[in-house]
Write a protein that binds this ligand. Structure first.
Ligand code: PLP
Length: 426
């Protein structure tokens, strides 16, 4: 029987198998036909502690029976207050002082980014109303970035086949070259020149560009980028949607560069991946620019489900896990396990360019038909699926982003499947 469901990032014309998943636990997905899969990418980078983490599941069940949903315009509830306090406490700070002091909720990485952009432009707009600054609207972005699929988020992402149809809706941005090895200085020079033109903000994925190809750049470059923005009074926005919640080995990637952004977007693992929630954190000056007795200056953004109480309860349970357990120790152990196996895989002649940061690992398959639109990625996906592994290569780049509960045997299975892929496709 054909399904009426229209799937995201799925070419239905290729008739690829669409696995029917009935249950999940830890790193494993259980399919309707009785087989299992290792979830090698935490179901799109979200289920950080593994699927159906019992404490998060229990918090969701408790909250669903107490207070499910509440209009969040001028109403509040304890889960939202507790998570906001927790986020501010954990977020990067200057000299030990909390600097990101305000939390605005939304429900996906894309909307957290949209909110960040709206805060940045709102800040300059409101300052201009008081004659304190000129209004600014230009956004600077890094080449190869990905920030989501809503119109604003697409506008600040790399242009390509995935947003070509909507070009007329996308706004113009200033693109800074990616700081590839050897090109770091030209990236910084371009940023300095662009910042001198008084843009509103620079938005960046800290330390690793995810969907753009798992491209790493060093912490000192991130630090210099932030310093250039600060020198020119340009708002520095960190999109930590992929990198937060321990992915890169620290709770937030910005910590590795000692950088405190003016605005920071988080989502994905904020609830341990159980239920959608996102947050955009901002400094006091950005919040204050929206505070007045003038109703024209409030922050005009909401959605019906802003700060949904069940999602906030899940996030509170996630924060409790972070506070109460050595999650970073678990991440370090998993990262070591990945590193040992990745270096062996890199010796396989079919692979090149291994790279890793925390529990994000990537390697390129040397294949003739390697382009993003070639059928290599779907063929690889199907091959790995047959071997019990859920991965979603980006063109010829195979990457892992597993849940932190993945054990050594599961890791061995993952890498056995990758060696087999090298034999088959290399
Ligand atoms: N920003 C970054 C860096 C991301 O990696 C993603 C998603 O992968 C997004 C934003 C968009 O998040 P979402 O898919 O939750 O809208």
């Amino acid at each position: 029987m054909s399904s009426p469901v229209w799937h995201p990032f799925t070419q239905h014309g290729l008739n690829e198998p669409i696995p029917y998943v009935v249950r999940a636990e830890g790193a494993m997905l259980h399919l309707a036909d009785g087989s299992t899969l290792i979830d090698g990418i935490s179901s799109w980078w979200v289920t950080t502690h593994g699927h159906c983490e019992p404490r998060i599941a229990a918090a969701i069940a408790r909250q669903a029976g107490q207070l499910d949903q509440l209009i969040f315009a001028a109403y509040t509830h304890e889960p939202a207050e507790a998570v906001a306090r927790g986020l501010i406490d954990l977020a990067p700070r200057f000299d030990g002082q909390p600097t990101l002091a305000h939390v605005f909720y939304s429900d996906s990485g894309s909307t957290a980014v949209e909110v960040a952009l709206k805060m940045a432009l709102g800040y300059w707009h409101n300052l201009s109303l008081d004659g304190l600054a000129q209004a600014r609207s230009r956004i600077l972005v890094l080449e190869h970035s990905y920030h989501g699929d809503t119109i604003g988020a697409m506008s600040i992402g790399e242009r390509g086949v995935y947003n070509a149809a909507w070009t007329p809706l996308l706004f113009d941005v200033g693109t800074i070259p990616f700081p590839a090895p050897g090109a770091e200085q030209s990236c910084l020079d371009a940023l300095e020149a662009a910042c001198a033109q008084k843009p509103a903000a620079f938005i960046v994925e800290p330390l690793i560009l995810g969907a753009g190809g798992m491209l790493l750049y060093p912490a000192h470059i991130l630090r210099e980028m932030a310093a250039i923005c600060r020198k020119h009074g340009v708002l520095f926005i960190a999109d930590e949607v992929m990198t937060a919640w321990g992915r890169t080995g620290t709770l937030f990637a910005c910590e590795q560069a000692g950088v405190v952004p003016d605005i920071m977007a988080v989502a994905k693992g904020i609830t341990g991946g159980a239920i959608p929630l996102a947050a955009t954190l901002a400094t006091a000056p950005i919040f204050d620019a929206h505070v007045s007795t003038d109703r024209a200056r409030l922050f005009y953004h909401s959605s019906s489900y802003t700060a949904n109480a069940i999602a906030c309860a899940a996030a509170a349970a996630n924060l409790a896990i972070w506070r109460g357990e050595d999650v970073l120790g678990r991440i370090a152990t998993l990262a070591d396990g990945i590193a040992t196996r990745l270096s062996k895989l890199a010796a396989h002649p079919a692979f090149a360019n291994p790279r890793q940061l925390g529990t994000v690992a990537a390697i390129d398959l040397l294949a003739a038909d390697a382009g993003y639109l070639s059928d290599l990625a779907p063929r690889l996906r199907a091959f790995l699926l047959e071997r019990g592994l859920l991965l979603r290569p980006l063109g010829n780049t195979i990457y892992l982003m597993p849940p932190y509960c993945l054990d050594a045997d599961q890791l061995d299975s993952v890498f056995a499947a990758l060696h087999a892929a090298g034999d088959m496709f290399g």
